[in-house]
Write a protein that binds this ligand. Structure first.
Ligand code: 7RM
Length: 650
């Protein structure tokens, strides 16, 4: 087949013990399938440093999730930071663990495993002194600084549960999360830096916490030195608490199934859900997938340029790489600062070998011109990864040819906050690739495609992607609301986990993710629920009702289109538009904005009052040739007005 890219010589397996071919991949899948419990117990014992090694693999099944979450390695006990730090000291003490590159090019800091271990211990001691105990929740509202990773690990070492809130979220969004998880501690910075701008993290934290007595302390890292407000008794400087603390700390031993972190993610309805990941299974899965997919090598300089506020940052900047003893790069800036050559400057100066980013960044940089890439020496690169949204074949080829100069393996990795780690992805060392396809399920992953009538598709076909068997990294529940977890993921195609994504499988068994089939948007790799944007829009007084849908966007993947019904007597215009954007910024964050707005006299609703989004999606896509049956609408005339105003005709 013309569009099949073989594994380039440079990416072929680093050692015979690795997966070197599709046959070897298939035989690994078979070996696991023959006895998944035995295989995974051995793998988890080998991969992690346990206080009490597990003897049990999977407990429970997706059939029983209504009553109890699945469990992995349930009789094992561990301190996850022993796997990420302590056990590397003997062999990798002087190896760089975190290489940090700040917002301005060339501002760097390196922490060896020994140094990182000492900082995590100091911080754990400081957090313990502030009262943080096993099982307590701490919210981290930080930018991309090494202390974000240090704080995550320090919480983990105490057996506490962290919840990182992306630094772009608004005060309101932060407050919701603090309240939902019952955090007693917030860790933040004076300011973040990104793309030459300052982000007022402490000021936003103060606004979020106004009037809340539940949060007893705010630990503040001084990063830019900006003046910040101060609440005596509550606020504590990081340098005053951490620097004098002892550099040793005995990690708290937890059950494998004790929660490690909560991460909030958008769904098709309601407020964001706090997905709960636990310790043993999550660490085993991120470590396994990170090594296997990238064919990780001891001397790799590995760079994932995601933000720690998203799952990609948790799994593939912090936990997976550190568990594997890798050198992981943390990047504070953006791909465009100071110019579109920044990533490639980063690769050249640090000798990056594995580079992992999102399709939206690749499209942006491809549009900026090849000279930004070719000006740099990228000969260190071996593997190029993508994650977050479907990658269009043109962007894939540009990444492969211009960035990778045809020498690098491109791994398009499909996974979700809920899956903890990668699920469908090529193995850099073994899987021939096709531009736009995430290729094959990883060993242990049982991917099934079902049609709308719930029939399982065999062979090629397109439908809804389900995962039929538990894997160690699956999120166990939604914090405080197990019923919502069951309703969201296990009620559509029971007893299977439903991903919310559509998927096509071709004749070679390769998977092509077609995007969300629910009301979740993916804007520049950021997951946003249409319901969240609608809730923000209706906070504007002039707005009576709003419906939001996505439309294909060249750079962002998806753009946001809002259909807004105004209150009687209200008018559109730039003032209204500004207040709608401000409402999104206040309710959600700076990354949520409306790209296109159409004022409409009413929303197309069924007689039972349900908005027919199918119609609005077609309008947003600009193709209304097949609108389908509109006779069940309460007021079919509304559609004619919407089409006429949009300049469309059936
Ligand atoms: C890791 C992450 C999850 C959603 C998922 C998909 C989409 C992610 C790919 C992808 C096509 C990919 N977690 N998605 N990776 N679509 N190809 N390689 O992104 O929870 O924030 O988003 O992202 O729709 O359901 S996430």
């Amino acid at each position: 087949m013309a569009d099949l890219y073989p594994v380039p010589p440079q990416a072929q397996a680093s050692s015979p013990s690795r997966v070197t071919s599709l046959e070897a991949y298939a035989s690994l899948c078979r070996a696991i399938a023959a006895d998944p419990d035995a295989w995974w117990v051995a793998e988890a014992r080998r991969r992690l440093a346990w206080a009490d090694p597990p003897t049990r693999g999977l407990d429970g099944s997706f059939h029983d999730v209504v009553d109890s979450p699945v469990a992995w390695f349930a009789d094992g006990r561990l301190d996850v930071t022993a796997s990420c730090l302590d056990r590397h000291l003997a062999t990798r003490g002087d190896k760089p663990a975190i290489v940090w590159e700040g917002d301005e090019p060339g501002t760097t800091r390196t922490l060896t495993y020994r140094e990182l271990h000492a900082e995590v211990c100091r911080t754990a001691n400081a957090l313990a002194a502030l009262g943080l105990r096993k099982g307590d929740r701490a919210i981290l509202y930080m930018g991309m600084v090494p202390e974000a990773a240090i704080a995550m690990l320090a919480c983990a070492r105490l057996g506490a549960i962290h919840s990182v809130v992306f630094g772009g979220f608004s005060a309101e969004a932060l407050r919701d999360r603090v309240l939902d998880c019952g955090a007693e501690l917030v860790i933040t910075q004076d300011e973040g830096r990104r793309g030459g701008r300052s982000i007022p993290l402490k000021a936003t934290t103060d606004e979020a916490l106004a009037g809340l007595t539940e949060v007893r302390h705010v630990l503040v890292l001084r990063h830019t030195g900006a003046e910040v407000g101060w609440q005596a008794g509550r606020d504590v400087w990081w340098h005053e608490a951490v620097a004098p603390a002892a550099p040793t700390h005995e990690g708290v031993i937890c059950e494998a199934e004790d929660p490690l972190f909560i991460l909030y993610t958008s769904g098709s309805t309601g407020r964001p859900k706090g997905l709960v990941h636990t310790r043993g299974g999550y660490l085993a899965w991120t470590s396994f997938t990170h090594e296997l997919v990238f064919d990780l090598r001891e001397d790799d300089v590995y760079a994932c340029v995601a933000d720690v506020g998203w799952i990609t940052g948790h799994s593939y900047i912090v936990y997976g790489p550190l568990c594997n003893g890798a050198t992981t790069l943390m990047f504070e800036s953006t791909p465009l600062h100071p110019d579109p050559g920044r990533y490639w400057d980063l690769v050249e100066r640090h000798g990056v070998t594995v580079f992992y980013t999102a399709p939206t960044a690749i499209r942006t940089l491809a549009a900026a011109g090849d000279h930004h890439v070719t000006a740099h020496d990228l000969s260190s690169l071996r593997v190029l990864g993508t994650v977050g949204e479907p990658i269009n074949p043109e962007a894939w080829r540009w990444y492969h040819e211009v960035v990778g100069q045809g020498r690098c393996a491109v791994v398009d990795t499909w996974w979700q906050t809920e899956t903890g780690g990668m699920m469908i992805a090529p193995l850099a060392s073994a899987t021939p690739t096709k531009p736009g396809s995430a290729t094959l399920p990883l060993p242990t992953v049982q991917a099934t495609i079902v049609d709308a009538q719930d029939r399982v598709l065999r062979g090629p076909g397109q439908g809804r992607l389900c995962l039929t068997e538990p894997w160690p990294g699956v999120a166990r529940t939604v914090w405080g609301d197990h019923a919502r977890y069951v309703a969201t993921y296990f009620s559509q195609h029971p007893p299977w986990y439903f991903t919310g994504d559509g998927c096509r499988r071709d004749a070679d068994g390769y998977h092509w993710i077609t995007g969300r089939v629910d009301d979740v948007l993916n804007v520049s790799g950021h997951r946003i629920g249409t319901a969240e944007i609608e809730a923000a829009l209706v906070t504007v007084d002039a707005v009576a009702e709003a419906a939001v849908v996505g439309f294909p966007h060249d750079v962002k993947g998806q753009g946001v289109m809002a259909f807004v019904v105004l209150q009687p007597g209200e008018q559109g215009g730039s003032t209204l538009e500004a207040s709608l954007q401000q409402a999104c910024r206040t309710g959600i964050g700076a990354h949520a904005r409306v790209d296109r707005l159409q004022l409409v006299p009413g929303l197309p609703k069924t007689r039972s009052g349900k908005v027919m989004r199918r119609i609005l999606r077609k309008v947003a896509e600009g193709d209304v040739s097949s609108l389908g049956d509109t006779s069940t609408l309460a007021d079919p005339g509304v559609v004619d007005v919407i089409l006429a105003d949009a300049g469309l005709s059936r």
